[in-house]
Design a protein around this ligand. Structure first.
Ligand code: FES
Length: 252
Protein backbone atom coordinates (compact mmCIF):
# COMPACT_ATOMS: atom_id res chain seq x y z
CA UNK A 1 0.00 0.00 0.00
CA UNK A 2 1.43 3.42 -0.96
CA UNK A 3 2.10 6.20 1.54
CA UNK A 4 -0.70 8.21 -0.01
CA UNK A 5 -3.18 5.39 0.30
CA UNK A 6 -2.21 4.92 3.96
CA UNK A 7 -2.50 8.67 4.57
CA UNK A 8 -5.89 8.78 2.92
CA UNK A 9 -7.18 6.06 5.22
CA UNK A 10 -5.93 8.02 8.23
CA UNK A 11 -7.69 11.16 6.99
CA UNK A 12 -11.02 9.48 6.28
CA UNK A 13 -12.60 10.07 9.73
CA UNK A 14 -11.66 13.75 9.57
CA UNK A 15 -13.01 13.97 6.02
CA UNK A 16 -16.29 12.45 7.15
CA UNK A 17 -16.52 14.90 10.06
CA UNK A 18 -16.02 17.83 7.66
CA UNK A 19 -18.54 16.52 5.12
CA UNK A 20 -21.16 16.11 7.86
CA UNK A 21 -21.01 19.86 8.54
CA UNK A 22 -22.51 20.71 5.17
CA UNK A 23 -26.02 20.32 3.81
CA UNK A 24 -24.60 19.40 0.43
CA UNK A 25 -21.59 17.13 0.22
CA UNK A 26 -19.97 19.10 -2.60
CA UNK A 27 -19.65 22.14 -0.30
CA UNK A 28 -16.87 20.27 1.50
CA UNK A 29 -14.63 20.24 -1.59
CA UNK A 30 -12.32 23.11 -0.64
CA UNK A 31 -12.04 22.17 3.07
CA UNK A 32 -11.10 18.63 2.06
CA UNK A 33 -8.48 19.90 -0.40
CA UNK A 34 -7.04 22.03 2.42
CA UNK A 35 -6.98 19.01 4.71
CA UNK A 36 -5.05 16.87 2.22
CA UNK A 37 -2.63 19.67 1.46
CA UNK A 38 -2.01 20.27 5.15
CA UNK A 39 -1.13 16.61 5.66
CA UNK A 40 0.64 15.82 2.39
CA UNK A 41 2.10 19.18 1.38
CA UNK A 42 0.08 19.26 -1.84
CA UNK A 43 -3.13 17.93 -3.34
CA UNK A 44 -2.01 14.73 -5.01
CA UNK A 45 -3.77 12.92 -7.81
CA UNK A 46 -4.73 10.26 -5.28
CA UNK A 47 -6.19 12.94 -3.00
CA UNK A 48 -8.29 14.28 -5.87
CA UNK A 49 -9.57 10.79 -6.54
CA UNK A 50 -10.49 10.22 -2.89
CA UNK A 51 -12.19 13.63 -2.61
CA UNK A 52 -14.20 12.98 -5.77
CA UNK A 53 -15.26 9.60 -4.51
CA UNK A 54 -16.27 10.87 -1.05
CA UNK A 55 -18.21 13.82 -2.46
CA UNK A 56 -19.75 11.82 -5.32
CA UNK A 57 -18.29 14.19 -7.89
CA UNK A 58 -16.32 13.47 -11.04
CA UNK A 59 -12.52 13.79 -10.73
CA UNK A 60 -12.75 16.49 -13.46
CA UNK A 61 -14.95 18.70 -11.26
CA UNK A 62 -12.56 18.32 -8.32
CA UNK A 63 -9.48 18.89 -10.48
CA UNK A 64 -10.91 21.99 -12.18
CA UNK A 65 -11.95 23.52 -8.85
CA UNK A 66 -8.65 22.84 -7.09
CA UNK A 67 -6.53 24.02 -10.02
CA UNK A 68 -8.41 27.35 -10.07
CA UNK A 69 -6.87 28.51 -6.79
CA UNK A 70 -3.23 29.47 -6.21
CA UNK A 71 -3.89 28.31 -2.62
CA UNK A 72 -3.59 24.70 -3.71
CA UNK A 73 -0.47 23.03 -4.99
CA UNK A 74 -0.94 20.25 -7.52
CA UNK A 75 2.63 19.02 -7.31
CA UNK A 76 4.99 18.61 -4.35
CA UNK A 77 6.52 21.96 -3.40
CA UNK A 78 9.41 23.24 -1.33
CA UNK A 79 9.24 23.60 2.44
CA UNK A 80 8.51 27.30 1.96
CA UNK A 81 6.28 28.43 -0.88
CA UNK A 82 6.88 32.09 -1.63
CA UNK A 83 4.07 33.65 -3.67
CA UNK A 84 4.60 37.28 -4.59
CA UNK A 85 1.68 39.36 -5.82
CA UNK A 86 2.11 40.87 -9.26
CA UNK A 87 -1.29 42.62 -9.27
CA UNK A 88 -1.82 46.25 -10.14
CA UNK A 89 -1.34 47.87 -6.71
CA UNK A 90 1.69 45.76 -5.96
CA UNK A 91 3.18 46.42 -9.40
CA UNK A 92 2.87 50.17 -8.87
CA UNK A 93 4.39 49.84 -5.40
CA UNK A 94 7.53 47.96 -6.33
CA UNK A 95 6.55 44.33 -6.97
CA UNK A 96 8.75 44.09 -10.10
CA UNK A 97 11.84 44.98 -8.02
CA UNK A 98 10.87 42.61 -5.22
CA UNK A 99 10.24 39.78 -7.69
CA UNK A 100 13.57 40.39 -9.43
CA UNK A 101 15.32 40.47 -6.05
CA UNK A 102 13.76 37.20 -4.93
CA UNK A 103 14.49 35.48 -8.23
CA UNK A 104 18.12 36.53 -7.95
CA UNK A 105 18.44 35.53 -4.29
CA UNK A 106 16.84 32.12 -4.86
CA UNK A 107 18.38 31.47 -8.28
CA UNK A 108 15.06 30.27 -9.70
CA UNK A 109 12.11 31.64 -11.67
CA UNK A 110 8.37 31.55 -11.13
CA UNK A 111 6.89 28.06 -10.65
CA UNK A 112 10.27 26.60 -9.73
CA UNK A 113 11.78 24.96 -6.66
CA UNK A 114 15.35 25.32 -5.46
CA UNK A 115 17.61 22.29 -5.80
CA UNK A 116 17.70 21.72 -2.04
CA UNK A 117 13.88 21.59 -1.98
CA UNK A 118 13.68 24.41 0.55
CA UNK A 119 11.95 27.10 -1.53
CA UNK A 120 9.30 27.19 -4.22
CA UNK A 121 8.62 30.50 -5.89
CA UNK A 122 5.57 31.77 -7.76
CA UNK A 123 4.30 35.11 -9.03
CA UNK A 124 0.56 35.28 -8.51
CA UNK A 125 -2.38 37.54 -9.23
CA UNK A 126 -3.94 39.96 -6.72
CA UNK A 127 -3.89 38.54 -3.19
CA UNK A 128 -6.62 40.95 -2.08
CA UNK A 129 -4.37 42.93 0.25
CA UNK A 130 -3.84 45.85 -2.15
CA UNK A 131 -3.81 48.45 0.62
CA UNK A 132 -0.66 46.84 2.00
CA UNK A 133 1.25 46.38 -1.23
CA UNK A 134 3.76 45.02 -2.05
CA UNK A 135 2.73 41.76 -0.49
CA UNK A 136 3.33 38.05 -0.66
CA UNK A 137 2.30 34.84 1.01
CA UNK A 138 4.65 32.40 2.68
CA UNK A 139 2.97 29.00 2.96
CA UNK A 140 -0.25 30.98 2.50
CA UNK A 141 0.48 33.38 5.41
CA UNK A 142 0.58 37.06 4.43
CA UNK A 143 3.63 39.32 4.57
CA UNK A 144 3.01 42.99 3.77
CA UNK A 145 4.92 46.09 2.63
CA UNK A 146 7.91 44.11 1.41
CA UNK A 147 11.42 45.51 1.18
CA UNK A 148 14.65 43.81 0.06
CA UNK A 149 15.87 43.90 3.66
CA UNK A 150 12.75 42.03 4.81
CA UNK A 151 13.35 39.43 2.10
CA UNK A 152 16.93 38.91 3.33
CA UNK A 153 15.76 38.46 6.92
CA UNK A 154 12.94 36.10 5.96
CA UNK A 155 15.15 33.86 3.82
CA UNK A 156 17.81 33.73 6.56
CA UNK A 157 15.20 32.73 9.16
CA UNK A 158 13.76 30.04 6.87
CA UNK A 159 17.23 28.62 6.26
CA UNK A 160 17.94 28.67 10.00
CA UNK A 161 14.58 27.03 10.79
CA UNK A 162 13.48 29.97 12.93
CA UNK A 163 10.85 31.47 10.63
CA UNK A 164 7.52 31.72 12.52
CA UNK A 165 5.46 30.02 9.79
CA UNK A 166 5.66 26.21 9.81
CA UNK A 167 7.23 24.52 6.77
CA UNK A 168 4.97 22.61 4.39
CA UNK A 169 4.45 18.91 5.05
CA UNK A 170 6.61 16.73 2.81
CA UNK A 171 5.38 13.40 1.48
CA UNK A 172 7.11 13.50 -1.94
CA UNK A 173 10.23 15.21 -3.27
CA UNK A 174 9.38 18.36 -5.20
CA UNK A 175 10.26 18.52 -8.89
CA UNK A 176 12.40 21.49 -9.98
CA UNK A 177 9.41 23.02 -11.74
CA UNK A 178 5.67 22.61 -11.72
CA UNK A 179 5.09 24.43 -14.99
CA UNK A 180 2.51 22.90 -17.26
CA UNK A 181 4.08 21.36 -20.35
CA UNK A 182 2.75 22.84 -23.59
CA UNK A 183 1.80 19.40 -24.87
CA UNK A 184 -0.42 18.94 -21.82
CA UNK A 185 -2.50 21.97 -22.76
CA UNK A 186 -5.98 21.45 -24.03
CA UNK A 187 -6.37 20.67 -27.77
CA UNK A 188 -3.75 22.09 -30.11
CA UNK A 189 -4.15 25.77 -30.76
CA UNK A 190 -7.17 26.04 -28.55
CA UNK A 191 -7.32 26.03 -24.79
CA UNK A 192 -10.72 27.05 -23.56
CA UNK A 193 -13.51 28.79 -25.36
CA UNK A 194 -13.33 31.80 -23.07
CA UNK A 195 -9.58 32.31 -23.08
CA UNK A 196 -8.21 32.08 -26.59
CA UNK A 197 -4.62 33.17 -27.13
CA UNK A 198 -3.50 33.12 -23.52
CA UNK A 199 0.26 32.95 -24.09
CA UNK A 200 0.92 30.07 -21.75
CA UNK A 201 -1.07 27.76 -19.53
CA UNK A 202 1.22 28.87 -16.70
CA UNK A 203 0.34 32.51 -17.29
CA UNK A 204 -2.99 33.45 -15.80
CA UNK A 205 -3.00 36.86 -17.53
CA UNK A 206 -3.38 40.08 -15.58
CA UNK A 207 -0.73 42.71 -14.95
CA UNK A 208 2.14 40.32 -15.56
CA UNK A 209 1.34 39.67 -19.20
CA UNK A 210 0.89 41.82 -22.28
CA UNK A 211 -2.75 42.73 -21.66
CA UNK A 212 -1.85 43.71 -18.11
CA UNK A 213 1.05 45.87 -19.21
CA UNK A 214 -1.22 47.72 -21.61
CA UNK A 215 -3.77 48.18 -18.83
CA UNK A 216 -1.05 49.54 -16.55
CA UNK A 217 0.09 51.98 -19.25
CA UNK A 218 -3.43 53.31 -19.53
CA UNK A 219 -3.73 53.63 -15.79
CA UNK A 220 -0.51 55.59 -15.44
CA UNK A 221 -1.02 57.75 -18.53
CA UNK A 222 -4.74 58.43 -18.78
CA UNK A 223 -4.27 60.36 -22.02
CA UNK A 224 -2.71 57.37 -23.80
CA UNK A 225 -4.67 56.31 -26.84
CA UNK A 226 -6.04 52.80 -26.95
CA UNK A 227 -3.18 51.25 -28.79
CA UNK A 228 -2.12 47.77 -29.54
CA UNK A 229 -5.39 46.18 -28.52
CA UNK A 230 -4.95 42.67 -27.27
CA UNK A 231 -7.32 39.79 -27.62
CA UNK A 232 -5.77 37.82 -24.79
CA UNK A 233 -8.32 36.30 -22.48
CA UNK A 234 -11.13 37.71 -24.58
CA UNK A 235 -13.57 35.69 -26.60
CA UNK A 236 -12.74 37.31 -29.93
CA UNK A 237 -15.48 35.85 -31.98
CA UNK A 238 -18.69 34.90 -30.14
CA UNK A 239 -19.83 32.74 -33.05
CA UNK A 240 -16.58 30.76 -32.94
CA UNK A 241 -16.91 30.32 -29.19
CA UNK A 242 -20.42 29.01 -29.62
CA UNK A 243 -19.14 26.58 -32.22
CA UNK A 244 -16.47 25.32 -29.81
CA UNK A 245 -19.04 24.84 -27.07
CA UNK A 246 -21.37 22.95 -29.41
CA UNK A 247 -18.46 20.74 -30.51
CA UNK A 248 -17.66 19.99 -26.89
CA UNK A 249 -21.30 19.24 -26.09
CA UNK A 250 -21.47 16.88 -29.04
CA UNK A 251 -18.33 15.12 -27.80
CA UNK A 252 -19.91 14.30 -24.42
S1 FES B 1 -2.41 43.96 -6.22
FE1 FES B 1 -1.23 42.94 -4.75
S2 FES B 1 -2.68 42.46 -3.26
FE2 FES B 1 -3.87 43.38 -4.80
Amino acid sequence: MSDHATGNDLLRPECERIIAQYEEKRSALLPLAHLFQEHEGYVSREALRVIAQMLELTPAVVESTVSFYSLFFRKPVGKYVLQVCRGLSCSINGAPEIMAYLRRKLGIGSLETTEDGLFSYEEVECLAACDRATCMQVNLEFVYSLTPQMIDEMLAAMRAGTYPVAPMARTDSPPRTWKIEPQAQVATGRRTAGATDVPSADDPGGVGDRSGVIMLDRFVDKTAAFRDRTSERLARDPAAVLHVLEEEDAGH
